[in-house]
Design a protein around this ligand. Structure first.
Ligand code: CA
Length: 232
């Protein structure tokens, strides 16, 4: 496999240098863009494997960059935001970003996010169709056509909502899904009450699929943001 090509979009030179030095040391190829316009141009002309996108750019809003890229490509986008930009982070995920990093971040965190995204990419390429009929992840198996889920070959007894939740997470494995995205998919319209209900359903689902619900292996919580199924 070729070394993955990463597009680094960041106007802050010191952060950009930290990222590119890290990428170089870990055998990634990279391109850089100091603003949103250049980012869109580079993304369309070089088709990178992953985009690392700072949300606070000097020319156009990072969320607008995501919307633009999403109009023609599903390339994974990891957004980088400052802690004060929490709502921007959620907007970015709802616009189609896959994951996020919060400044200041460590080199280890950056590399871990890249690995998660690469695993997601590999899985997307393996399952040619997102509607592939059987999904497997560790001991978890979902037969979408039959509408059944299994853990270690034992059928799970899930309520319809738990099953819908599990399918939604599995079809977006590796991607952080926001509360709004999930509640809209499960219940249609979204209102505040749904987030509380979502927590309850997530807790009961975890009891059924996680060996240790307090240190979950499959479903990760992103406090204030949402949930993600990890590829184990
Ligand atoms: Ca910035």
């Amino acid at each position: 496999m070729n070394k993955p090509l990463i597009l680094v979009v960041e106007d802050d030179t010191s952060v950009r240098n930290l990222i590119t030095t890290t990428l170089k040391a870990h055998s990634y190829r990279y391109l850089t863009a100091p603003n949103g316009q250049t980012a869109i141009l580079e993304a369309s002309s070089h088709n990178p494997d992953i985009v690392l996108l700072d949300l606070g750019l000097p020319d156009i809003d990072g969320v607008a960059v995501i919307e633009k890229i999403r109009s023609w490509s599903n390339m994974p986008i990891i957004v980088i935001s400052a802690r004060s930009e929490d709502t921007d982070k959620i907007d970015a995920l709802d616009a189609g970003a896959d994951d996020y990093l919060t400044k200041p971040f460590s080199v280890e965190e950056l590399l871990a996010r890249l690995r998660v995204t690469q695993r997601r990419l590999a899985m997307m390429q393996k399952e040619s169709s997102p509607e592939a009929s059987v999904f497997t992840n560790g001991e978890l198996r979902i037969d979408y056509a039959a509408g059944c889920a299994y853990l270690n070959d034992e059928e799970l007894h899930l309520t319809p909502i738990e099953y819908k939740l599990l399918c939604l997470l599995s079809k977006n494995v590796g991607k952080v899904l926001t509360h709004t995205f999930i509640t809209q998919n499960i219940w249609g319209n979204s209102w505040d009450n749904d987030i509380a209900s979502l927590r309850v359903f997530m807790a009961t689902l975890r009891k059924k699929i996680e060996r240790e619900p307090n240190s979950p292996q499959y479903i990760q919580t992103h406090i204030g943001v949402g949930y993600r199924m990890l590829k184990v």
